[in-house]
Write a protein that binds this ligand. Structure first.
Ligand code: COA
Length: 269
């Protein structure tokens, strides 16, 4: 049962990149259930349509756009259309992300760039294009980061670099936009079950056990546990909070890089 009041976000508009699956979708669905109109952005038109229809079938308010956050013009168009249909944006989530496990020695420059572009440039594009369309004062911009921003993880150099960039970008916006009443924050989830990231990083039972063991709580988190933090950050209860990162990781970050190693002995020598 949710601890948040029914109708908490009634009348609010929330825009989600990476909103058609995984953590982005998990948060969007909870916002919609709390009364928000949610706008889901993802690259794949079919996936986007299915995600929106799933929410509409539940009687929730949802629409979507198929576009790539790496294309400034496309994300700008999606934001402008949202604004013209629903007015100023209350919440903007930068949740689109890329990931694949690979050591630097086997990663092409283009592979590194793909993740930097989706995560860092995509987050910049989203917030840059949203700026003039945000509710001021009152808007909240939330980026989905990861423990990768705070510690090196073998086979994840591209993601570590990208998430560190996302966090500093988001903190900088807290400085630049705070005067207009816009708050920003990052959520750094640990291993969250049922996500594309876990499917990629822990494809076997052994890897899943390793992931669980890396958390002092001994398990993966749920999308609802990440969504709870997002709801808190966008609520009045967080009105004096900006420019911070909250870890929702079961303490995984405390365990250190050794435990987060993806489990290939060759990388622990
Ligand atoms: N190991 C090494 N390199 C890889 C790789 C892997 N497992 N997967 C992709 N790459 C490389 C490709 O070889 C390519 O480089 P190249 O042109 O030098 O060969 C580069 O990454 C871009 O791949 P491409 O598939 O063309 O990019 P894309 O823009 O379609 O996809 C990715 C971006 C690679 C990040 C893809 O994994 C993706 O779409 N991810 C989104 C979903 C996701 O990762 N979710 C989890 C978030 S935690």
């Amino acid at each position: 049962m949710s601890v948040f009041t029914e109708g908490l976000f009634a009348g609010k508009t929330a825009f989600f990149t990476g909103g058609t699956s995984g953590i982005g979708y998990g948060i969007a669905a909870r916002f919609a259930a709390l009364g928000a109109r949610v706008v889901l952005v993802g690259r794949n038109e079919e996936k986007m349509t299915a995600a929106v229809e799933g929410l509409l079938r539940r009687g929730l308010r949802a629409s979507g756009h198929a576009c790539d956050v790496r294309q400034y013009g496309a994300i700008e168009e999606a934001l402008k259309q949202t604004h013209s249909e629903h007015g100023p944006l209350d919440f903007v989530f930068a949740a689109a992300a890329g990931n694949f496990p690979a050591p630097v020695s086997a990663m092409s420059a283009n592979g590194f760039k793909a993740v930097m572009d989706i995560d860092v440039l995509g987050t910049f594009n989203t917030y840059r294009a949203a700026y003039s369309l945000l509710r001021k004062p009152g808007a909240v911009c939330v980026s989905i980061s990861a423990n990768h921003a705070h510690q090196p993880i073998a086979q994840q150099a591209h993601v570590c670099a990208a998430k560190a960039g996302v966090e500093l970008l988001t903190q900088t916006l807290a400085l630049e936009w705070g005067g207009e009443g816009v708050r920003t924050a990052c959520i750094a989830p640990g291993p969250i079950d049922g996500t594309e990231g876990i499917r990629r990083l822990a494809p076997t039972e052994e890897a899943r056990r390793w992931m669980c063991a890396s958390s002092p709580l001994g398990r993966m988190g749920t999308m609802d546990e990440v969504a709870d933090m997002a709801i808190f950050l966008c609520s009045e209860a967080a009105s004096y909070i900006t420019g911070v990162t909250f870890r929702v990781d079961g303490g995984t970050g405390l365990a250190g890089a050794r435990l987060l190693d993806l489990g290939d002995g060759a990388r622990r020598r």
